[in-house]
Structures are given as C-alpha cells and as structure tokens.
Design a protein around this ligand. Structure first.
Ligand code: 4AD
Ligand code: MG
Length: 434
C-alpha cells in the first residue's frame, strides 16, 4: 500500500473533511462497543479517534483490538469526518487498520505513585504532559542558541572531565581517570574565561554535574547549563545580556508553544510581562531587609535558600535580580566591590511565582594577588588553579559571565512544580535508572 502519512495535528481541519487520510501512531485509549472499536491514536502531534467498524473491516480486527493493550503501534487510513463528540472534533472512519507492534498490559494505567512512574520513565515519557514539556524545552534550547548566534557570540566546547572545583568541593562527582581522580564539570566557567582572551565573547551549552546531597524540587545531579563569558563586560553589562536572553526565550515560547502552555494550564500573564527585558534589581542588603520585615529570621551574611527566595518572589511580577552578595557566601572568582569590600559583584536572576534562582553570574576577579588570596581564603589549593591564575598574569582584562540552568528556566516557563519533569531522565540522589 502506498500512503502519504500525515501528522494528526495537520489533518484536524476542515480542509481534510471527507478526504481519505493515513496516520501512524500508538493506541492511546480504546473502547469496543457492539461491532465497533473506537480507538484513540496518538502521534507526536496529537490524538484522534479512529472508528473501526466490523461492517467495513470484518470481525477479526475488532476482536483483536478488544484484547490489544494500550500503546500498541498502528497504521490506519480512512475518511476524515467531523464529529463534535470526539476529542478535537474529528474522527477517522477507517478502511485500513494495521497493528505494527503489539502491546499487552501496558504498565502505566493512570493511578500509579511517583516512584513507580519514575521506574517506568522510559514508558512514562509517552504521556501527553511530558511530551508537551519536551516541546517547550526544545524551544528554550533553540532560542537560547539563537540569541547568542544573532548577537555574535562564539560557541565553544569546554571539557566535562576536569581536575578541580568551580562551585565548591562538596558537590563534586569524582570519576576514575586512568591512575588519577577527575571530576565531572560543575560549570564551564573557568574554561570559558580562558577562551575570552582569543574570542572575547563565548558561550557553551553543556551538562553540569552536582552531587547535591539533599533532594529538593529544584536540584538535579545532572543538568544542562547555558553559560557565557565576555571580555570587557562589567556586571551591569552582563546583567543586561541575561535579561535580554531570558526575555528572548520567553517571547519565543509564547510565540511557538501556546498549545503546550495551554495544555499544561500555564497562566500567561507573568510570561507576557516577562518578554520585555526591563527586569528590576535589588541589592542583597535590600533583600535581607524585605525578609526581616516579613518576619523571616535572617541576618546579613546568611545565604538565601529556596524558602527565602520564594518569599522574595512575592514582591515581583517578572524575573528580578539580586546583586552585591556578601563575599563569604559566593565563589572565590567573584570580583570584590571596590566601594564595599564585604560584598562581591555577583548577581542572581530569580524567576517570579515562587521559583527563585535561574541564573548565577558575576564580574570576575581579574587581579592576580587578590584572586590568589581568595582561593586560599575559600580553602582551595592555588596550585590546582595555576592555569586559571595565569590568565591574570598575561594581559588580564575586566570580564564577566553567567550560567543559566536550562531545567530551572523550563520549570518556571512551563509552570512545573518539580524540576524532574524538565528533563527526560532525571538524575538525583537515589535515582539513576532508567
Ligand atoms: O549559580 P551556579 O552554581 O553558578 C555557576 O555555576 C557559575 N560558575 C556559572 C557561570 O558564571 N558561568 O549555577 C548556575 C545556574 C543556577 O543559577 C541554576 O539555574 C543552575 O545553574 N543550577 C542547577 N540546576 C539544576 N540542578 C542543580 N543542582 C543546579 N545547580 C545550579
Ligand atoms: Mg547560584
């Protein structure tokens, strides 16, 4: 049989009513009533009802369908008919129905607990909800890349196997590296800093790894990290880049993924406001006094955790920055503020609606002596950072950069309550299968 296979989304229109169409997909729901089987078939684009009538195709196929499990793969052709009672308003009256891959007793029936579902992630990924989230993530990744390409940043490929920490030894994953120990990269930053001396403005998209000990709604052990670094940029310049980047991504998702956002029940007002990159900024000092006024038990010098961030997000209706953190709660590479040596020129971008940090960035310490001291102060061995320190010996320049957690951004944009659904195969403590 020669058929022109169509996607379900494309045939659900007046244009095809009365015409013969052919689709391929998987059985999503089915019921057999009298001599007819009503089979809902899904593909990557949607779901349509297919009516298999024994008057047309005989008894055998209707009987087979009665016993067939969900998720069997099928090919079918027939006339597209308007049917207000069918989901989407159309159905196919089939004259050809073939089961390609059988399925018996599909393990996901619809009322399983979360650990069971995670053990069956390889099958759970077929769900509508996870499919729609993947499509949003696709747009986020594409828009992130497009932003940098359109603005003349160079894409580079930093290593994943590394010899030392960027973001603290506590979350390093060691791996056996021949007769040495290496670590999975927590951030490409230090390598991007190397590359600005030749390319000036660079970016990369890589997996980053964090051995986070506690399980939270927003931490993964492996996540996708979009990072950028530029020579001659100060903190404000880099904040502007991050706001433009996030606004650009939000705009593209609103443009390309309305159906997905609607399916997920995402309210659009905050997203619509966030397509303009005029995000407000407060200093850490101000964040502390807001929290104290709200009765939070916190003092200057304390780090802001998920709970504190959630409270601060109530004050804003778009993403917003917090800047000038105390140096002791931030990494060794952040440049100290010349006007206040207690704080660094670091910034976080927080998503509203309770989500919190999606980006961390800073101006980098570009003075050899100061950086050397900061490395010691934070308990690291400067000899592990010789190459990184060298950058401050040969033509040091002011520079800044940031890292954006792709799954954190997807989580906010899609309105998810857990980061695990922003990645097909989530990894966190206690979860490596499938
Ligand atoms: O704030 P972080 O730790 O900053 C850095 O890694 C810098 N070296 C980046 C740079 O300047 N090039 O991580 C950056 C972002 C966070 O804002 C967050 O969005 C995400 O990475 N992130 C995580 N996402 C998921 N799971 C985790 N365990 C994450 N840890 C950080
Ligand atoms: Mg951070």
């Amino acid at each position: 049989m020669v058929a022109e296979w169509k996607h379900i989304e494309d045939i659900m229109s007046e244009e095809y009513v009365g015409k013969r169409v052919c689709i391929r997909g998987w059985i999503y729901r089915k019921s057999v009533v009298g001599g007819k089987a009503f089979v809902r078939v899904r593909d990557s684009t949607g779901v349509i009802q297919v009516v298999v009538d024994r008057e047309v195709l005989g008894d055998e196929i209707v009987k087979t369908l009665k016993d067939m499990g969900l998720e069997a793969s099928v090919k079918t052709c027939g006339i597209l008919v308007k049917q207000p009672r069918a989901p989407g308003g159309y159905e196919i009256h089939t004259d050809y129905f073939e089961i390609v891959g059988t399925s018996r007793d599909f393990p996901i029936k619809g009322n399983e607990g979360i650990e069971y579902l995670l053990d069956h992630r390889h099958l759970w990924l077929r769900s509508r909800r996870l499919t729609e989230i993947m499509k949003i993530k696709h747009t986020v990744l594409k828009a992130g890349r497009d932003y940098f390409i359109e603005n003349n940043w160079w894409e580079v490929t930093p290593p994943i196997l590394t010899a030392s920490a960027v973001e603290g030894g506590a979350t390093l994953f060691p791996v056996k590296y021949f007769d040495k120990t290496a670590y999975l990269s927590q951030s490409a930053q230090l390598y991007l800093e190397v590359l600005i001396y030749s390319l000036e403005k660079v970016w990369s998209l890589t997996p980053s790894f964090r051995a986070e000990k506690s399980r939270t709604r927003r931490h993964l052990a492996e996540y996708w990290h979009l990072e950028a670094e530029a020579a001659w940029y100060n903190m404000e310049d880099m904040m502007k880049v991050t706001a433009e980047l996030v606004a650009y991504i939000v705009d593209k998702v609103l443009e390309s993924n309305r159906r997905q956002l609607e399916f997920l029940g995402r309210k659009l007002d905050v997203l619509k406001r966030s397509r303009e990159p005029n995000y407000p900024a407060i200093k850490y000092d101000e964040a502390i006094s807001i929290l104290q006024k709200k009765g939070v038990n916190i003092e200057w010098g304390d780090d802001l955790g998920a709970d504190e961030e959630r409270i601060l997000t109530q004050e804003f209706e778009t993403p917003f920055f917090i800047t000038h953190f105390p140096k002791d709660i931030k990494s060794f590479y952040m440049k100290m503020d010349a006007n206040d040596p207690r704080v660094v020129l670091g910034f976080d971008l927080l998503a509203p609606e309770g989500y919190g940090e999606i980006i961390g960035g800073s101006e980098r310490e570009d003075n050899y002596e100061v950086l050397y001291q900061r490395i010691i102060e934070q308990g690291y061995d400067p000899s592990n950072y010789k190459w990184y320190l060298d950058l401050r010996k040969y033509g040091s320049v002011p520079h800044s950069g940031f890292g954006l957690g792709i799954e954190r951004l997807v989580m906010w944009i899609a309105g998810l309550d857990h980061i695990r659904d922003a990645i097909p195969f989530p990894r966190y403590r206690g979860r490596i299968y499938p």
